[in-house]
Design a protein around this ligand. Structure first.
Ligand SMILES: [Zn+2]
Length: 283
């Protein structure tokens, strides 16, 4: 156990995932403690379809209702789909799959989208949803811990612009405690806002770094961009490198949409070149 007060308790689960249990309501969000701590739980809420956020849900399938966002359902029911997405929908050998995506699927009983407590926060995944219950804001991976940013330099998300918009939209909501997907629980709103702003700053930092790397060269292959950032942030091995491809591609794609970069093909290779000056991802 990591944090407890009258209404709720947070366990630090596998991969330091925060599993939040609302004791009186019988609700658990993102169960992945690795043992059955879910005695009075009758409702399981899942923020998104990464197996590190629902690893224990199968333990509860006969005694609790399982709820997940509509567009995350295929990944919750069949986590293997995530691996395929990482490799252009071709089958990826299990040994090179990130352990964060390995887990047992569970059948979803209801969609959580229409619940009053649901707050859409896409960006980390397309259907990522946070839950706001009794001023406790459980945001899953929609907001990353500064510790993780400092440790890895680039973190997983598929759409950095949507991620920034999602964070901007929730700053003024009525919450007192912020429970991040991994590591931090912040019971001070000022500190919580600071972490949100830090995430925005880091999204822009990575975005600008990618733009500058392309700008310094006349034209550059996508795989050279992956290689540069893998070396810069010390990502080693296939598993780690597959995980940084989606965020880098997310930035590249959005830089093209903003008109800052141009994407083209040369000899069968996806290439990028600068088209215009840098425009911030936060505008
Ligand atoms: Zn995730």
């Amino acid at each position: 156990m990591k944090y407890e007060c009258e209404n709720f308790i947070v366990y630090s689960g596998r991969f330091e995932v925060n599993t939040t249990i609302f004791k009186k309501l019988g609700i658990v969000i993102d169960p992945n403690v690795g043992k059955n701590v879910y005695e009075n739980v009758n409702q399981v809420l899942i923020t998104h379809g990464h197996a590190d956020h629902f690893g224990d849900a199968f333990m509860l399938k006969n005694k609790a209702k399982i709820l997940a966002p509509r567009s995350e359902l295929p990944f919750v029911e069949n986590p293997e789909i995530n691996w395929r997405g990482m490799y252009s929908w071709a089958k990826l050998p299990e040994k090179v799959v990130t352990p964060y995506f390995l887990g047992r699927g569970v059948k979803v009983d209801y969609f959580s989208d229409e619940m009053e407590i649901s707050i859409k926060m896409p960006g980390h995944t397309p259907g990522h949803t946070a839950y706001l219950i009794d001023s406790i804001f459980v945001v899953g991976d929609a907001i990353h811990s500064p510790k993780c940013w400092e440790k890895f330099g680039i973190l997983y998300y598929v759409d950095p612009r949507l991620m920034a918009e999602s964070i901007n939209a929730v700053k003024d909501l009525d919450w007192d405690v912020l429970v991040l997907g991994h590591c931090d629980i912040i019971d001070n709103k000022k500190e919580g806002i600071k972490i949100m702003k830090y995430n925005l700053k880091m999204l822009e930092k990575v975005d600008r770094e990618i733009y500058e790397f392309v700008k310094e060269r006349e034209e550059v292959a996508e795989c050279e961009i992956f290689s540069h950032f893998a070396k810069k942030y010390n990502f080693k091995g296939i598993r780690a490198n597959l995980v940084i491809m989606p965020p880098i591609r997310g930035h590249l794609s959005d830089l093209c949409e903003r008109g800052a970069l141009d994407m083209f093909e040369k000899d069968g290779i996806i290439m990028f070149r600068v088209k215009s000056h840098y425009k911030s991802i936060l505008n």
